[in-house]
Design a protein around this ligand. Structure first.
Ligand SMILES: [Zn+2]
Length: 90
């Protein structure tokens, strides 16, 4: 995902689409490594009511964290990555 760092990053897909992607990524006892990011939102009511698409841009990005496992909620380490995830399935 390259391009203008101040330009649009992505439009957020519908919640059910994201959930299906998450389910499709799940494997029994495999860590599900993710990164999380946070964007400052200048008009939360507009986004919360779905009146405008959420536009995630580089200027509003305020935090990136991870990688960590979505399932067991532990940070990535070389040792942890070599071991099975203690959580079987989501
Ligand atoms: Zn895990």
């Amino acid at each position: 995902m390259m391009g203008n760092p101040a330009g649009p990053v992505a439009h957020v897909p519908a919640r059910d689409v994201l959930y299906r992607r998450l389910e499709a990524s799940d494997r029994e006892h495999e860590h599900l490594w993710v990164m999380t990011a946070a964007w400052r939102v200048s008009d939360p009511q507009t986004y919360a009511t779905g009146r405008a698409p959420v536009l995630l841009d580089g200027e509003s990005l305020v935090m990136v964290s991870g990688p960590g496992c979505f399932k067991c909620e532990q940070p990535w380490t070389r040792k942890r990555a070599a071991q099975p995830c203690p959580v079987g399935w989501l």
